[in-house]
Design a binder for this molecule. Sequence first.
Ligand SMILES: Cc1ncc(COP(=O)(O)O)c(C=O)c1O
Length: 368
Amino acid sequence: MKLFIPDYILSIKPYVPGKPIEELEREYGIGHSIKLASNENPLGPSPKALKAIEGALKRLNRYPDGGGYDLVRKISEKLNLSPENVVLGNGSDDIIGMLARAILTPGVEAVLPRSSFLMYEIVVRTAGAKPVFVPLQSLAIDLDGILGAVTPLTRMVFINNPNNPTGTVVARSDFKRFLENLAPGIVVVLDEAYIEFVRDEDCAAGLEFFSEQTPLVVLRTFSKAYGLAGLRIGYGVMPAKISRILNRIRQPFNTSLAAQAGALAALDDDEFLVKTIRLIHDGLDYLYDRLEKINVKYFPTQANYLLIDVERDADDVFEKMLRQGVIVRSMAAYGFPEYIRVNVGLPEENERFIQALDNVMGSRSPGV
Ligand SMILES: Cc1ncc(COP(=O)(O)O)c(C=O)c1O
């Protein structure tokens, strides 16, 4: 069969998601496995969201309100902005894709940190634009390096705060200086998928920098802290000049009726949010302590996951963990062939992870 596929599409390596539990159990015949590979919320979905979704099911014969009137109003009121500043997406992935389709063309450039969330590269290449990579500095996003990589062809810059997979954050004062020094007209995509988990008070919060005159888009998601990854809903906060462009190319019903209802209720579920954040912080403190005890090197994080240096082939460690029913993520595809990434789970899951890792590392510890 003859096909006319552009070379820039053929250059894309498909995104490989965390291995689903069902797939592991099917392939390895293991029961009771646990997944700590996709930075999901271990507590399940927000209970208030679940109840609202049940209520929405009776209306599934109808198309959703494409613009998500109620949810957009609620988000904008919460943020003290205009509804025109909020665009909903089928996950924040959808907004990342819309931005690339709206702004990038073959021949222009987008600057991305390496390593960071792998979807940025995919959307840039899909638009035919050139990804320009800026290496991390001590695992953190190098804002000066990004400024240095900007050329007259640059149209977009991606910053992930906290950064996936390293868990580092950019400081408020550094981000301020960065925005002041960036050439006009370049859209800054500040992806805050994990911002709810940050403990560092110096961390930049994108909304503090919002203005109708600044081409800054702040991305937020309901997938992590609100436990709604399977529902697919997130949003972008941006100047009206940019939201009007995205609304031209947005799929008319890009967020489902159930997703809008669930997200609307989740925003009122403060109890769940507080419980989630506490669980993550306690879980991280536990993991730090146990990793030290089993003598394994890790990198402190501001997110709900952390990088671990296994000092051997990460794909092999991933495979050996799988055989013990524990799904983590090898960081080989992110350019860290000896690191794994694990997200915080329930206390019993964290314990099981440490035990499995200690087994794989050959029990180098005096005992957990
Ligand atoms: C940094 C980052 N941004 C965006 C996403 C996508 O989130 P969503 O589920 O809202 O599409 C993820 C998901 O893992 C992520 O890690």
